[in-house]
Design a protein around this ligand. Sequence first.
Ligand code: B3K
Ligand code: ZN
Length: 869
Amino acid sequence: MKEGQPTTIYLQDYAAPAYRVDAVSLVFELGEASTRVTSVANYRREPGVAADTPLELYGEALELLEVRLNGLPLSETDYSISDTGMSVHNVSALCTLEIVTRIYPQKNTSLEGLYQTSGNFCTQCEAQGFRKITYYPDRPDVMTVFTTQILADKQKYPVLLSNGNLTGSGDLPDGRHWARWEDPFHKPAYLFALVAGNLQHVEDHYTTLSGRDVTLRIYTEAHNIDKCDHAMQSLKRAMSWDEQRFGLEYDLDIYMVVAVDDFNMGAMENKGLNVFNSKLVFASPATATDMDYVNIEAVIGHEYFHNWTGNRVTCRDWFQLSLKEGLTVFRDQEFTSDLHSRPVKRIEDVRALRTFQFAEDASPMAHPIRPASYMEINNFYTVTVYEKGAEVVRMYQTLLGRDGFRKGMDLYFERHDGQAVATENFLAAMADANEADLSQFQRWYDQAGTPQVAVRMDYDAAAQRCTLHFSQSCPATPEADNKLPFLIPVAIGLLDGKGQDLIGTQVLRLTDTEQSFTFDKVPEQPVPSLLRDFSAPVKLNFPYAEADLVFLMKHDSDAFNRWDAGQRLAMQTILTLLAAHQQQEAFGLEHDFISAYQAILTDDALDRALRAAALQLPSEADIAEVARPSDPEAIHAVREFIYTTLAKALRLDLERLYAELHEEGEYSPDATSIGRRSLKNVCLAYLGRIQDDGIHEACLQQYLAAGNMTDAMAALAVLSSIECPQREQALQHFHDRWQHDSLVMDKWFALQATSSLPDTLQQVQALMQHKLFDMRNPNKVRALVGSFAMRNPLHFHAQDGSGYAFLTERVLELDAMNPQIASRMVRPLMNWRQYEPVRSALMKAQLERIQAHSGLSGDVNEIVSKSLV
Ligand code: B3K
Ligand code: ZN
């Protein structure tokens, strides 16, 4: 079906299922060559459905061995089979269908369905992997109770796991053993999971608010068992946080997490049996960075929070994906904010949103958070559905307040627990619980593109009146040229000349294309602080003078806007320098710009993590978004010029601060320690821009002496872009020290792929031959190929097209093994239209080359064909 004839699925075609499943019972006989799956499902025709309606089941790449209806074998005329499924004709209103299929998990390189990783069995069923296991109504609105029996060789696979509670186990005479799991909660097939292997576990317990004991287990291969403590503590924090903040308790007696090395994404929230990419479980000070620690806690939280937002209340169809993902990302962001620094978390999230989601919204793949159509649903697990979806959920809270939001959540669960619903149901619960009219808010679900808000300010000194004039617009995107105005909450404040709030934070509700808001009793011309805490996912423009931005950097009471003023100032400066660079004019930095940076660097009263964030310039990708048509080489040169000039001008302050922040003692991933390390390492990154053997030596010393991976990696990252003997020494040392640990070696691959040194592509090509590199392992592909294509714009966009050709070859190679990963990797070519003509043509040519490739997967085909429209 996928090859050659891509089909598009439309939201408007949604039809409720004709048959429901009362219960399903599965038996897996796991073997070395193949696995036999027996499924017995009780179907019930929905009231009002015509008696001659066939029973439609999905199934892909299955070998059908037996099929029986109500105990009797079906003749070939009673059912029909296609590449995508099975239709059973003439079924009674209540019937039992027994299906036996054979599958080949050992040959499954797509990592979807049942597959093997490090010799163990595991599953990934979201979105549509269950249909690679057996014929079934594999759609999220068909929910039922599952019983799963697993039979396997006892020595090779001593641990047999599935969803729910263990209700039986035993030995078989032939050296095999079995286990039976029953999940009392109704669930769709995408939440099914099975794991069988040689695994160890750590165990802990959690007592819920209502006093129930829950067993918590993390399973892993033996050699990583000592790195699970942080994940376990994170899980307990998540369980407690969800009780406190949302009144939500866990509902089964056991919660299991299994860490696997081969996984297409971060983790999966299967009911009671999460499967995790090992990268998001294992942590020790020596092997994991601060960022790893924080991410592990966030993703452990995210998957746990899905138990209510995703599992108890699930999606009616896959168009509703943001119903569970946007909401659950919002919940994990709040979890991290409550436990660590709220402003730092907000800055990081907005930075990622602007870099990746704004780019997607401006690309040929732009889609609303609730898309209206798709070809391959796996392509829609996007930053738009997830991160913009979370911003949309956050706006409810901004509009309704925390209490109002909580009331809406309570009503949502009260109405929909146990159901598969649509985003409209969430909106209705928020509106009804607060007696609010949120009908205009629906447009955030239906319209793609990043809205632009332009603001002007009038001040009437005689009347002491200040007026803010807003106008909103939204660029055309593939689904629509013309957009209706959004309901945009704009949080603002007005500052006086001393930096005090004349008007404290207020949330203005922008509903029209043009709208003005007047503030009386404003005794002096204020400086406006706009879109505080990034109250809506929009681009806001105000004609700020540089002096205003420097003022806001110093005085804004909103920490996010202090940071954002710095980013605006940096971007304005970068654009000015880029223009000069293109005219081949000489350029330099204004004294005021340097002193603004010096003020941040030396402001000891300011939180260190915030200082570290403020000292970082917009990324090359962010600049490429704004400076069109983009020339990545010029962008790199200008950005490096600013870093180097600042480093030379502020060298003494940087060195002093670096020395001051040096720490001894035990590693701790708390917010204060993370802030200290990040500021210290930002100083080192600045200093590394100065060509000086003493600094290279200091980097090497930090690397060698580091008591934790954060400091080691920070030093190595600086060295990786400098041609010096210390670079080779440190890289070799890292290799020799960590070559036994595949996960840690991903960092080594990624560092080299993001180097700015001229021979980086050759290095990347050579590293593909390294004995630890494996194209079948998604983490390795992301570390080497992904880092090069997505985090090294200088070399990926080499003007000779070598980076594009390299990526194309990898995409084609990957597509034959793992279409989901290939389809992720091809995306850097998608925005070809934004680049200057030479690069643009080269990128387009590679997309055409991919499109012409025979046997291309539906996954890659969708991205490429939409990019070329
Ligand atoms: N729900 C999964 C993602 C599944 C992706 C399938 N292609 C992880 C998460 O968002 O929690
Ligand atoms: Zn999720």
